[in-house]
Design a protein around this ligand. Sequence first.
Ligand SMILES: [Zn+2]
Ligand SMILES: [Zn+2]
Length: 79
Amino acid sequence: MEKYPNENFLGKLYVFDGRVTIGFNTEDKKHKIVGKCSVCQKSADTYYDCKNLHCTNERHFISCNNCLKKNKGFCLVCS
Ligand SMILES: [Zn+2]
Ligand SMILES: [Zn+2]
């Protein structure tokens, strides 16, 4: 996970293509929910990869469960 070292990774979870979920120091007291769902702006801290391989957004986006389902795994730009 060299691309996402803990110091720079503020969210809790990163999901690779929706298949693998990796926790990042979730026991760390410094951890707090800092993310916002990119769609509805509710606090969320799970990162997803946009399903669009040619995503023109950053591909990684934070989404809550509702919006992830609604947008079928695509980011706000691609959905
Ligand atoms: Zn949402
Ligand atoms: Zn996208």
